[in-house]
Write a protein that binds this ligand. Structure first.
Ligand SMILES: O=P(O)(O)OC[C@H]1O[C@H](O)[C@H](O)[C@@H](O)[C@@H]1O
Length: 621
């Protein structure tokens, strides 16, 4: 295909609402009817024009396409080898690269138009970061002596995806590595490309970059990086951003050694077909190699217009499932229907509705880049949060009796009782954060404690058998395996087999989360350091809990303050990323939850930089 990346009209109409009020937390100063907003976005002929091919087009791009690199454009042509252009990073804005770190990801604003949210992830900044990753990888791989480095790039459905893909390509090509573009892809597929053995798809690649900002608002974007050892962690991201800072300062592309010398080749590969055929194989194997083990099952998928729409046509249908009634499968980076996020109530109720309306056996939902998922059974009951963990624990503990299930910190006491009492496993409640739970499970195995599942209430779940990769699609494959193998063994009754697996899980009468904001411009915060302030709040609450006879501190706790009382519990902790103290409460009733909320409210009363209005409202309601 000889097309220029750019100048393609995306299939998004001007009349679509950018985001419904309240979604993503209503952005300040932006609405579809806002003239300034409309001027800032590239509309033409009633449609939104964006630089780059549409995601759908990328999927259908021919398997291989040689591209040569020109600064500012990635051009398809028939030649696979191409000389990168002279690097000029001089237009990179004055930017603090380090501020783009968000835990083990890089995140920033990629689209202008939201008041107070200037673009931080520009094309030039992106080029420098990509070059820094290539240089970091070249350094890391120097010693293994293998051939030229290959790096794959994928993206989710965001409207800035193609612009950033082109910038990443230029940044990588300038360092002399070979670039393979996968187009619309899932985060876990990108990791998989470092493991797949398939020459025709240029795999395994040495490194991989996913362009995504998960479920964040449409104007954000970011990067996740992988090598065959897994996703890069905090320390690696910091090192890459430090390198980017240096490169930017020296106005350089990064290093070229013998592994990165010469001109780059840039290819497009339909890798998602390879990745999805592996998922299909996994379900067939679990059902004794039946070709259509899901024949007759009706499963609806809700991809929320993220990257997960492939699951219906490329996984479920080849397995024989009926997928009619599936919704929001088309990529649309304005997310016009609901946020692609299993933690979002509106998203879950859209899926539930689809299951009930279509009388489906099961509903499946993914987040934007498909590293998270959740499900709904045929009665409309959600497999989400604690129930999702309970379901996966039941499946994994059947395969590995007694194994340790590592979860995040906001899991319920009922879940512990279920895993330990009913399933005979061990529940290790650790910290919030998918990297934290995965790393903890890996650590436990390394010290001799067997663990096969690390999973968060957010819908991130990773299995030892799947290289500890948090893959929302693979998590659902485990669920489908159970359906398919039960069917193969003669069971009938749709998703009942799954519902039965979580029978006995005690669920709280009332559960809530309030996010208490820390005002960063409050004079009590030393130079705006919200962490120090938040930790002081936690220390104070800790002391209060110790002296209050109505509360009992959790004997083992890795994060924040967790205490039980009034038949329930609360956890107050610092957010991983934001100037926020999330407070989770579960109790037999709303009244009991309000009593716990009141104790917390009283305990934090003297901290005037805290915005306690939401908690106050709940307690007084
Ligand atoms: O600490 P919080 O603000 O609640 O955020 C915690 C969450 O942050 C991100 O979304 C991570 O992907 C999750 O793994 C993590 O659980």
């Amino acid at each position: 295909m000889a097309a220029t990346s750019g100048r393609v009209v995306q299939n998004i109409f001007i009349t679509k609402q950018y985001q419904k009020d309240g979604q993503f937390g209503k952005p300040r100063g932006m609405h579809v009817s806002d003239r300034r907003t409309l001027r800032l976005l590239p509309f033409r002929g009633g449609k939104l024009v964006w630089h780059g091919m549409s995601s759908v087009q990328l999927i259908h791009t021919s398997k291989y396409c040689g591209i040569s690199v020109n600064r500012g454009n990635v051009l398809c042509n028939d030649s696979l080898a191409a000389a990168p252009s002279a690097p000029t990073f001089s237009d990179a804005e004055k930017i603090d690269f380090m501020k783009l770190q968000n835990g083990s990801d890089i995140r920033g604003v990629a689209v202008e138009g939201i008041e107070g949210e200037p673009v931080t992830l520009t094309e030039s900044v992106t080029e420098v970061i990509a070059a820094a990753f290539a240089a970091w990888l070249l350094d890391k791989k120097k010693s293994d002596g293998s051939g030229r480095l290959k790096i794959s790039i994928g993206h989710d459905s965001r409207i800035s995806a193609h612009k950033l893909q082109d910038a990443v390509t230029r940044g990588l090509a300038n360092t002399g590595v070979d670039v393979i573009q996968y187009g619309l892809a899932s985060t876990p597929a990108m990791f998989n490309s470092t493991l797949t053995e398939d020459d025709s798809a240029c795999c395994p690649v040495d490194g991989s970059i996913m362009i995504t900002a998960s479920h964040l608002p449409f104007n954000r974007n970011g990067f996740k990086f992988f090598t065959r050892d897994g996703g890069l962690g905090k320390a690696d991201i910091k090192a890459i951003l430090q390198r980017a800072t240096e490169l930017h300062k020296n106005n350089s592309t990064g290093m070229k050694d013998s592994r990165g010398a010469g001109s780059s080749t840039i290819k497009k590969v339909d890798y998602m077909s390879i990745y999805t055929s592996d998922l299909v194989k996994a379900v067939r194997n679990a059902a004794g190699n039946l070709d259509k083990p899901l024949a007759g099952f009706h499963v609806v998928v809700d991809a929320g217009n993220g990257a997960g729409g492939f699951f219906a046509a490329k996984v479920l249908e080849p397995l024989g499932a009926i997928t009619s009634g599936s919704q929001f499968l088309e990529p649309d980076g304005l997310f016009p229907n609901h946020i692609p996020n299993p933690e979002d109530k509106e998203a879950m109720s859209a899926l539930t509705q689809a299951v009930l309306t279509n009388k489906a056996d099961l509903g499946i939902i993914f987040d934007t880049d498909v590293d998270r998922s959740a499900a709904v059974d045929s009665t409309g009951k959600e497999f989400n949060r604690n129930r999702l963990i309970a379901l996966l624990s039941a499946i994994v503990l059947e395969e590995h009796p007694g194994t340790t299930i590592v979860t995040d910190s906001v899991t319920s006491d009922g879940l512990t009782a279920f895993i330990e009492g009913k399933l005979g496993g061990k529940h290790h409640r650790f910290k919030r954060g998918y990297r934290n739970v995965i790393d903890e499970a890996i650590r436990l195995n390394s010290i001799g404690e067997e663990s096969h599942l690390a999973i968060e209430t957010s819908g991130h779940g990773a299995l030892k058998e799947n290289h500890w990769l948090d893959d929302g699609a693979y998590l659902m494959v485990k669920v489908l395996n159970k359906l398919a193998s039960a069917r193969a063994a003669g069971a009938s009754g749709g998703s009942e087999v799954l519902t039965n697996l979580v029978e006995g899980l005690e669920e709280p009468g009332f559960a809530m989360e309030v996010r208490i904001k820390i005002n960063q411009s409050h004079p009590d915060l030393k130079e705006g350091f919200f962490r120090e302030y938040g930790e002081a709040v936690l220390k104070h609450v800790d002391n209060i809990v110790d002296s209050d006879w109505r509360l009992h501190k959790a004997p083992v706790n890795y994060e924040g303050i967790r205490a039980s009382g009034y038949g329930g519990w609360f956890l107050l902790r610092l957010s991983l990323h934001d100037p926020v103290l999330p407070l989770n409460i579960e109790a037999p009733s709303k009244e009991d939850a309000a009593k716990l909320g009141h104790l917390v409210l009283t305990a934090i009363d003297e901290f005037s930089a805290l915005d306690t209005s939401a908690l106050n409202k709940f307690v007084l309601a």
